[in-house]
Design a protein around this ligand. Sequence first.
Ligand code: CP
Length: 307
Amino acid sequence: MLKHLLQISDLKRTEIESLILLAESLQLNPPEMNEDRKALVGLLFYENSTRTRLSFELAAHISGIKTVNLDINTSSVKKDESISDTIQTLGAMGIQSFVIRHPESYMLEKLVSTLGEQFHFINAGDGQHAHPTQALLDMLTIHQYKKNFAQLRVGILGDSLHSRVAKSDIVALQLLGCRDIRLIGPKEWLLSITDSSMASVKTYQDIKALEGLDVIITLRVQKERIGDFSDNTDNMNSLNHYTQQYQLTTERLKYAQSDAIVMHPGPINRGVEIASEVADGSQAVILKQVSNGILMRTAIFESLNLS
Ligand code: CP
């Protein structure tokens, strides 16, 4: 049983498959509410969140785990308390497990190296590095609609360079046997594929690479990680170019299979990376991903041996 969940590559294929099966079974048979359960989980979100934070809270409620949600903006973090001191302070109050979102990549690895014996850590998104629980709920969603990962053609459309979701999805898709993963987007926002462990991944600057896809994962343009978007900057030009050339519109969606599903981790920027009629259309499973977030995070709480 895992003590921490930092990134998808910490998991074996069979563990991902077990989490998917458990999440699916929880839909039919939620766990018995255990009032005696002692686990307390601290939610520390150093970056904004709606879906991840609330679904962890709801998942904890389903699992009979109590949560303490530290409001970073009104906490002593604003008096320069370090994250490690904050964790040890909450530890002294009896909290042994933490769900953490942080703007710095690999922050969770750092915490595990110093405090990992004492505490459990779950990564709720660290910088541009990883968002493993999002990838797991994405795999659950794909499994519900498409079944056989080995046969799937999956496109990841947009700003894969700055996206922790894209990076975690790629690792999860490969582990589950997917052999055709296409990163599609402008050169400056495409993740470069230098690693031989990414053998199933190819990059494309032509939107026609949507041709024949079964799954399209649309990404938000990560403005907060790209930099200044005030008028007349190169970034603003890049954004306008992106919207014109790569926004997922009804016309462009026709390149994909007629039964392709359209995913997006959220929050969506309507009219930027995705047209409203696609986001609200019959092929979109974006809100299903949100609901699946509760199931998958409940499965994660049930699978970790939290104290
Ligand atoms: N997908 C995702 O991480 O959404 P939030 O930022 O709302 O948690």
